[in-house]
Design a protein around this ligand. Structure first.
Ligand code: NAP
Length: 432
């Protein structure tokens, strides 16, 4: 049987999963392609480190450029992560006429345009299924399964670390910092969790989902990004009261006038399937013209789930290597669509005020909102915390423009009766 020589850059979590799965399922994979995927060389940073898998005689080197330059290698699998040297190596692989499979969402979100252009110039393929939702084949579904449909909205829970933290906070009533520390001890969160809990990782994934859903180029600046660090147990108590879960949502919607893309914590009605996506699981919920609503759910990270996605790309590229005549019709062409500012988003909102316990405060808040055309749907007031303590007033709004809400709060937060910056979350769904 023919062999397709593969160069593997990275033998960490995902790279090890790829070697393991490729070894265990070699015959079945070969049968699907009509050729054997043969890893010929593995590139790492530290050559003599203990490894999670036995590479079975495949040479391990720290000279990654030599792997990319090797004329025998047809496909380069980039699993080192980060911006550089990953970007330079992928570009170099295209210059050498090779196909590339990557799991690197940061690289695609920041340099996608440059990489896709280089791939097209070289007549090469660039596949990246593992970059969003790990093993869940959501990109292939957007690219192929829904190719004939018109997507109007894509909404997902795409960062396992944040979802793990929010799920624990909801179930155990604990504070963010406390749960984050536990997640770090147990290996669910990185020692520097900024990209995960700050929403950056979800924004990278949303940029990729948006590009494929709406066939458009996306700049990261087009994705409004908020994280979960300011979510408190108090917000979970109110979420419960309103029949909601709090989730870090990544949403992109096309209303015909433009695309609005954002990542941020949101109140999600418990009756929604997305509200039940717990722990490190990921899910993407798609609304499209012909299919209607569909949801894609599963493990968003981990050695073996992610390896499944990398291998699905390798199988597709493997077939391409054997059938070069099909090339050309496979490249996706992206337009440059208009993106709308988050200020134009229409949503319901949850507002949690911390105010002085004085007569007239409620009127100040209601007037401040009304002046910006924001109408209140529900209002809950808690007893003051101690004699001089602040009073918590929570309001949910009817649908309003986000820009109006932010302007109203900027003014109200400057009022002498408001004790601390008002918490704002978007509320999904209609008025219950
Ligand atoms: P990892 O465990 O940290 O492994 C990275 C590998 O790349 C290691 O083998 C490392 O070498 C090598 N490497 C890193 N920098 C290098 C450099 N400058 N030169 C040469 N080799 C270098 O990472 P991972 O979790 O497998 O993630 C790999 C990619 O998959 C990332 O883009 C990540 O975002 C993506 N991804 C990961 C998951 C997941 O569940 N882990 C899920 C989806 C996507 P040493 O082993 O010698 O240190």
């Amino acid at each position: 049987m023919r062999e397709i020589p593969v160069g593997l850059l990275g033998l960490g979590n995902v790279g090890s999963g790829v070697v393991k799965l490729l070894g265990e399922n070699a015959d079945a994979i070969a049968a699907r392609i009509g050729a054997r995927l043969a890893v010929r060389a593995i590139g790492v940073q530290t050559a003599d480190k203990p490894r999670l898998v036995d590479p079975g005689g495949v040479p391990i080197t720290t000279d990654l450029e030599a792997i990319v330059d090797d004329p025998a290698i047809r496909v380069v699998v980039e699993l080192i992560g980060g911006e550089e040297p990953a970007r330079a190596l992928v570009l170099r692989a295209f210059e050498r006429g090779k196909h590339v499979v990557t799991a690197n969402k940061l690289l695609l979100a920041r340099h996608g345009d440059e990489l896709f252009a280089a791939a097209e110039r070289a007549g090469s393929m660039l596949f990246y299924e593992a970059s969003v939702c790990g093993g869940v084949p959501v990109l292939r579904m957007l690219r192929e399964g829904l190719a004939s449909d018109r997507i109007t909205q894509v909404m997902g829970i795409v960062n396992g670390t944040s979802n793990f933290i929010l799920t624990k906070m909801a179930e155990e009533g604990r504070a963010f910092d406390d749960v984050l520390a536990e997640a770090q001890r147990e290996g669910y969160a990185e020692s520097d969790p900024t990209l995960d809990v700050g929403g950056g990782d979800a924004a990278h994934k949303l940029a990729i989902l948006t590009a494929l859903s709406f066939r458009t180029r996306v700049k990261l600046e087009d994705v409004h990004t908020e994280g979960i660090t300011h979510v408190t147990p108090t917000d979970f108590r109110y979420a419960e009261r309103f029949g909601c879960a709090i989730k870090l949502l990544a949403v992109a919607a096309d209303d015909g006038e433009g695309i609005c893309a954002y990542v941020g914590p949101a109140m999600v009605p418990k009756r929604w399937m997305l509200a039940g996506v717990g722990g490190v699981y990921n899910a993407v919920y798609v609304s499209s013209y012909a299919l209607g609503q569909s949801m894609y759910y599963g493990r968003g990270a981990g050695m073996m789930p992610t390896a499944v996605a990398v291998l699905s790309d390798l199988i597709e590229v493997g077939r391409e290597v054997l059938l070069p005549a099909e090339r050309g019709g496979r490249a996706l062409h992206f337009d440059t669509r208009k993106f709308r500012s988050i200020a134009e988003l229409k949503s319901r909102f949850y507002l949690r005020f911390s105010v002085e316990d004085r007569p007239g405060v409620l009127a100040t808040l209601a007037t401040g909102l009304a002046e910006h055309g924001i109408s209140i749907a529900e209002l809950v007031q808690e007893a003051p915390a101690g004699a001089a303590g602040p009073v918590t007033i929570v309001m949910t709004t009817h649908e309003a423009r986000e820009g109006d809400v932010r302007r109203a709060l900027a003014r109200l937060d400057g009022a002498p009766v408001v004790r601390e910056p008002t918490r704002v979350f978007r509320m999904m769904g209609g008025v219950p």
